[in-house]
Design a protein around this ligand. Structure first.
Ligand code: SF4
Ligand code: SF4
Length: 399
């Protein structure tokens, strides 16, 4: 094989990625004690697995539905083809073309009505599990009155977690609208709305030879009976696609001894769009998206492991000049990944889904002042003792 064809082969492989993996963002890669397995639980293809230090997406099994990327709290998984930017651009075109009534439907639904809908009004996705709140709120912030999400035969679809996920995302997006005193704007519906269909004239339809009534009867039945077949066909279509991973090693530590941080783009975009939609009218909101931590000072030993491993920097160390120290928690950056609670050696951290809206709108935070480092607990091989020694805290505790 020539060098050119080798290079072309490699480029083709890169372009065929359905899901991009950011190993350094996965909380399990950051710390193997993390309990998060949301992606693997959502993936009905069994395409996701963990080795000793990386998250692996099987290209043979992945159908590119994007549900794993929606449920991942840290955006360690990113859907491609289309990526978020491309999907958002398509969605905005549909908002404009439909005069504020865009439709998003999965391929299984649209396969049953090809040629009978206005493509400019409809965005096609492999699975509705691909949709998340920043996309939907972004459409509303950019002029959509109602976004219609068309479910197919999701209850019998082999990838039914996409249905569970989109239902939750739909509820969350509408809760966020209500928080901003905006009416619910996301509707989960069973059929493509009439206005988006190209309905045959009364009498016989010239292209199909069926009547208008027969056309709709077939449409309804077709959606029910062919959805599963279509999804399976989609799986075959993706068979053999390749998914690259990046280097799993994640050793760099910042100057204050914490691992590098990032805030998922989707979260930042969502907050931007919400600020366009309106200002929070309630004091607190409960969603799947953000977390609000509490630290039990009776249990906490001031090791600040939570700040070391928090992937987004939602927990930050502070060390004041007067000797007061501790951690601050910024709910707006907290993605409710649970890593802090999972790795706290004392079990001192609790996380709530209910977040004060002032934290989201104005960046308010909590400050937890801590006592001077106490003697390590009487467990020589505890995570605390090993990390305490590793980070220069002295000898591992011995009896
Ligand atoms: S952080 Fe994301 S990629 Fe890692 S286990 Fe959780 S859902 Fe999966
Ligand atoms: S504060 Fe805890 S739950 Fe929130 S992002 Fe950081 S590690 Fe995850």
């Amino acid at each position: 094989m020539s060098k050119l064809s080798t290079i072309l082969g490699l480029l083709e492989k890169i372009e065929s990625v359905d899901i991009a993996v950011h190993q350094e963002r996965c909380v399990v890669v950051r710390n193997r004690n993390a309990s998060c397995r949301r992606c693997a639980e959502a993936c009905t293809s069994g395409a996701l697995s963990f080795t000793s230090d990386e998250l692996v997406v099987s290209s043979e099994l992945c159908i590119g539905c994007g549900t794993c990327a929606t449920v991942c709290p840290t955006c360690a998984l990113e859907a491609q083809r289309p990526n978020d930017a491309e999907l958002f651009a398509q969605s905005l075109r549909a908002v404009e073309s439909s005069q504020g009534k865009p439709v998003i439907a999965c391929s299984s639904v649209l396969d049953t009505i090809r040629g009978y809908y206005d493509e400019s009004h409809i965005v096609e996705v492999t699975c509705l599990g691909r949709l998340e709140e920043s996309l939907l709120c972004g459409m509303v912030a950019n002029g959509a009155d109602t976004v219609y999400l068309v479910e197919g035969a999701c209850d019998t679809c082999p990838h039914t977690t996409g249905h569970t996920t989109v239902s939750l995302v739909c509820d969350t997006a509408n809760s966020l609208m209500r928080m901003c005193e905006h009416e619910d704007s996301i509707e989960l519906v069973c059929e493509v709305p009439d206005f988006a269909l190209r309905i045959p004239e009364e009498g016989r339809c010239c292209s199909t030879g069926v009547s208008r009534r027969e056309f709709f009867m077939q449409l309804k039945d077709g959606i029910k009976t062919t959805a599963v077949t279509a999804v399976n066909a989609k799986s075959d279509e993706y068979l053999g696609s390749k998914t690259d991973t990046v280097d799993a090693r994640y050793k760099k530590v910042t100057r204050d001894g914490t691992l590098p941080h990032f805030v998922p783009n989707r979260r930042e975009r969502l907050l931007d769009w919400l600020s366009v939609i309106g200002y929070p009218a309630c004091e607190a909101i409960e969603t799947r998206l953000w977390g609000h931590i509490g630290i039990d000072e009776r249990l906490c030993t001031s090791c600040r492991m939570c700040a070391t491993f928090c992937p987004t920097g939602a927990i930050m160390k502070f060390d004041d000049e007067d000797g007061v120290f501790g951690v601050e928690h910024y709910p707006t950056d907290c993605v409710h990944c649970r890593l802090c609670a999972d790795i706290c050696p004392q079990g001192a951290i609790t996380i709530s889904h209910t977040v004060p809206t002032a934290a989201l709108a104005e960046g308010l935070y909590d400050r937890f002042e801590m006592a001077a480092v106490k003697d390590p607990p009487n467990q020589p091989k505890s995570i605390y003792n090993r990390m305490y020694a590793l980070l220069g805290g002295g000898q591992v505790y011995e009896r």
